[in-house]
Ligand binder design. Structure first.
Ligand SMILES: [Mg+2]
Length: 268
């Protein structure tokens, strides 16, 4: 398989382009810098899509640039950005109850989202949460959801891989608590979801079939790519690196399985 007919590249970050150390800094994996440079040199575009939602996308971009990746501020997408696009399209001007970090709350407010802590919220959105969770607020969220407010979440997988194993997703914990008592299924706005596919399409102004999604996680990245009909590439450098693809149902397998992004350099 070659990637020369691909017009836009969507990369996962952790386990695909960088490994993070205990200090939280990313160390670029072999070929990570070169592949981004090569795509740019070929006149095509790329974006990094991470499910991290603790800080605004431009801040993640700045951190990764300091770590050595050749990135511009607008070349990172997070669930906060895809949620914003979704809210603009489907709930413009409606009050949103947000469970998020202060930085994400600021980003949402600056983007014009009306935030509320009352149970008259029209939408409940959970992204990464830190610090103390107010159970009374979770109850108000559950009441809003019971009355019909959609429950959106940035990510609904158990967690992500850190240097010392799985780090549980606090956002998923809060989402699950509200979903359980309100008896609904949350709608994911990060990877993998229809909302995320729409965000990629909007970013590039291209059909998803013209894109390639490259990542280390079958359940997140490959699923995202397959949902929109993009080409999918699984790398071995992260979460599902030692996976036996024979155990993955055929409909969930990547188009291409390589050791790392450096193997893509001669396929561009
Ligand atoms: Mg990853």
């Amino acid at each position: 398989m070659r990637l020369d007919d691909v017009q836009g590249f969507v990369f996962d970050v952790d386990g695909t382009l960088v490994h993070r150390g205990p200090d939280g800094r990313g160390r670029p994996l072999p070929g990570a810098v070169e592949i981004l440079d090569a795509i740019r040199a070929s006149g095509r575009r790329f974006v990094l899509f991470t499910n991290g939602s603790h800080v605004p996308a431009w801040e993640l971009a700045r951190g990764l640039r300091e770590d050595g990746l050749p990135l511009n501020d607008d070349e990172v997408i997070t669930p906060v950005e895809s949620a914003l696009t979704y809210l603009r399209r489907h709930h413009e001007g409606e009050p949103v109850m947000l469970f998020a970090t202060p930085a994400t709350r600021e980003r949402m407010a600056a983007a014009g989202v009306t935030l509320t802590d009352d149970e008259d919220a029209a939408v409940v959105l959970v992204t990464h949460v830190d610090g103390t969770i107010d159970l009374a607020q979770m109850e108000r969220a559950a009441r809003a959801v019971t009355r019909g407010a959609p429950l959106l979440t940035g990510s609904y997988v158990a967690g992500y891989m850190g240097a010392n194993g799985l780090i549980f997703s606090r956002g998923a914990m809060v989402t699950a608590g509200i979903a359980k008592v309100a008896e609904v299924r949350p709608k994911v706005v990060g990877k993998p979801s229809r909302v995320a596919v729409e965000e990629m399409r909007t970013y590039f102004g291209l059909p998803a079939t013209k894109l390639a999604v490259i990542g280390d996680d079958v359940a997140l990245d490959i699923r995202l790519g397959r949902m929109g009909g993009s080409k999918t590439v699984l790398v071995r450098t992260g979460t599902t690196g030692d996976i036996d693809l024979e155990t993955v149902p055929e409909g969930q397998r990547p188009d291409l399985f390589v050791h790392g992004v450096d193997d893509l350099l001669n396929l561009l």
